[in-house]
Design a binder for this molecule. Structure first.
Ligand SMILES: [Zn+2]
Length: 262
């Protein structure tokens, strides 16, 4: 039971991935030896073939993490276009270079703060009553949220696997939440505070959907695009991508994935 519980929790899952990756290293070393040695290990290698395929998928993910980390650290232009989703997880150690307070204990990447503030001010001037309910969320905080959810479900009688799977459908796996970039905000109407589809019918969301691109934001998870984004319609989640990209993405009706050709 204890081992199964550990497997369902995210921190230890990451440990299992790195153990798998080093196992892959050993397989590769064996293959680099003489032909004779290679033959000697063939049977063993065949047994491991299925596992190796899984490991390669994990390695692809590791590479995607490194790509993201590289983009964020090195390219001064690309930071606003970083792609974070299940196939492109963000490195757990990533912290935005400058977090700026936007009130109520919430923070965003400092580079988007002025545009966000302008959008909220112009919205208010147009009669909209809305506020940011969620902004930057650290990787560690996401691990906490995820694991708490798994443990809660187990306390309600689910097995560790059931609890993990059920949590995965409702809570982003650490590394796959855009909130860790500091570039995403959840904004809700004061007239309707539920995070569901009907949020999209409020005049506040209608205003944001029509105008957010002017401030460099996009509606990140539009309706009918879940097969591309991997996330259901979230009429409250706005992502900063810069004004030029936001204009193109909006005009062409694209998702960030489509825009980046990912
Ligand atoms: Zn969100």
């Amino acid at each position: 039971m204890a081992a199964a519980v550990a497997g369902a929790l995210v921190g230890l899952t990451a440990g299992m991935v790195s153990a798998s990756v080093s196992m892959y290293g050993i397989i590769k070393e064996e293959r680099a030896g003489s032909r004779e040695e290679a033959l000697k290990y063939r049977e063993q290698a065949e047994q491991l073939a299925g596992e190796k395929e899984e490991l390669e998928q994990e390695l692809d993910k590791e590479r995607a993490v490194q790509d993201n980390a590289g983009v964020l650290a090195e390219d001064p232009q690309a930071w606003s276009l970083v792609l974070v989703n299940e196939d492109h997880p963000l490195d757990g150690s990533y912290v935005p270079e400058s977090l700026t307070d936007i009130g109520e204990g919430r923070q965003v990447d400092g580079r988007i703060a002025a545009d966000l503030e302008q959008m909220m001010q112009d919205g208010a001037a147009a009669g909209m009553s809305m506020y940011v309910t969620s902004a930057y969320r650290s990787y560690d905080r996401q691990v906490e949220i995820f694991n708490t959810s798994v443990l809660d479900r187990m306390a309600q009688g689910m097995t560790p696997l059931e609890a993990y799977q059920d949590t995965s459908t409702q809570v982003a796996l650490p590394g796959t939440s855009e909130h860790a970039t500091g570039l995403a905000v959840d904004i809700i109407s004061t007239h309707y505070d539920e995070l569901d589809e009907r949020q999209g019918d409020t005049s506040e969301q209608q205003w944001l959907m029509a105008h957010c691109w002017e401030y460099g934001f996009i509606l990140r998870y539009p309706p009918d695009k879940a097969d591309i984004t991997g996330i259901i319609y979230e009429p409250w989640h706005y992502r900063y991508v810069g004004k030029e990209a936001a204009k193109e993405i909006t005009e062409q009706g694209l998702t960030l994935e489509e825009y980046l050709g990912a």
